[in-house]
Each structure stands twice: as structure tokens, then as C-alpha cells.
Design a binder for this molecule. Sequence first.
Ligand SMILES: N[C@@H](CCC(=O)N[C@@H](CS)C(=O)NCC(=O)O)C(=O)O
Length: 234
Amino acid sequence: MSSLKPIILWGHNIGPNPLKIHIILEELNIPFEHKIVPGEDMKKEPFININPNGRVPAIEDPNTGITLWESGAIIEYIIDNYDKEHKLSYGTSPEKYLIQQWIAFQISGQGPYYGQAVWFYRVHHEKLQSAIDRYVKEMERVRSVLDLHLSKSPSGWLVGDKMTVADLDWIIWEQIATLLMSFMDINLEGKYPYYDAWYKKLLERPIVKKVVAMRTEGLMQSELAKAEEIAKKA
Ligand SMILES: N[C@@H](CCC(=O)N[C@@H](CS)C(=O)NCC(=O)O)C(=O)O
């Protein structure tokens, strides 16, 4: 991969969606540069020329000239173009489509629901316990779906007999869900054993560990910036 020009990954220091792409690019040893788009710059020029939806991730690949946004589409692109040996994917049916299925579920059933749980617990201006309960319940329901599927998987991975992008795609939001639930004194450890084993295996991967640590550092910095802002106004 050394002859490749680095792919530009437009991301965020705490946003989980770009970090999914960061993990996959690094696991595949693809050169890339993770450029941070500050939240206040996302919905305006020049970033909306890259993603009119004003969200991250987006990529620009100088090797092919493509600009792409939406994490599911980006993962499919990376696999088609840069995982020819199928280190983290499969090229044949049914696994190829099963990977797409788990990615589709991640984008529609994990990210938005977990994101709302974080929003209503940490950000929303008023405390709406019924909204928090709804999204936390959904986080547990999704965990039970993963556990049920993994209980029937001889390899302990979501698709086939090896770890793929389908697994890596889920880990960052699962780590955030576990952290969020710990703030609420919810501990599901032991209730979903197949999930627990899968979660631990993923979290032990050096690249996943590094990206989780990067996000923790980013969170600390943004809490510090918020505290400084409050202190300035006081
Ligand atoms: N469906 C999109 C979701 C992207 C998304 O919501 N990204 C967050 C960061 S993790 C974002 O850009 N938030 C900024 C905003 O909503 O203004 C994807 O999977 O790429």
C-alpha cells in the first residue's frame, strides 16, 4: 500500500462515526490523514462542498478522485478498492451480503438510537426521562440481538469464520453505550455472554484500543474547553 497517496478522512475528535472508518483504514494498513472538522464548521463552507449534509465522516481519495460521505458507503468503497485479499471482508455470497446487512443495521439501528441516548442523557436542555428510557431500552435490545446471533456463530464473529468490517463497524458505538450505561449504573455484564466475549475480543485489538484512547482524550479536551467557556462567562 506504500505507493498509495494518503486518503483524507474528514472526521472529528470525539464523533464515533469517523472513528469507525479510522479503525478500518488502519486495520487494512491504508495510508490516510484524519483531518478534524470542528463542530461549528460542519454546516458551512468549505466543508459543505465535501458533504452537503454537513456531517462526518467524509473521505477524499486522491488515488481515484472520489469524494464520498456516509460511513456505510465509505466502508463499501474501502473494501471494494483496498481489500482485494479479503483480509476484513468476503468477495462471495452469502458472506459479502451478510456483511452489508450488518453494516446496514449498524447505520440504521445502532448509530442513530445510541446517538439519541447520548443526546437525551448528556446534551438535551431539559431532562426527559421517558426519552432517555426509550433509547437506553433500545441499546439493550440491540445488544440482545447481537447476543442471539453470536450465540449461533461458531467463530464468535458476526459473519463467517473471521473478524470482518461488519464487527469493526460496531465497536466504537458499543464502547460508548457501555460507558453511558455505566454512568447510569446499568451493568449488563454476564446477561449477554456471547456479546461480552465478542465485545472484549474487539476492544483488545491494539488499533481499537488506540482509537478509544484518542476519543477519551478528545472528550477530556472538549470538557475542559466547555469548563473554560463557562468560567469566562462567570
Ligand atoms: N449516517 C451518518 C451519520 C454521520 C453523523 O451523524 N456524524 C456525526 C459525528 S459522529 C456528525 O457529523 N455530527 C454533527 C452534526 O450532526 O452536526 C454516517 O454513518 O456517516
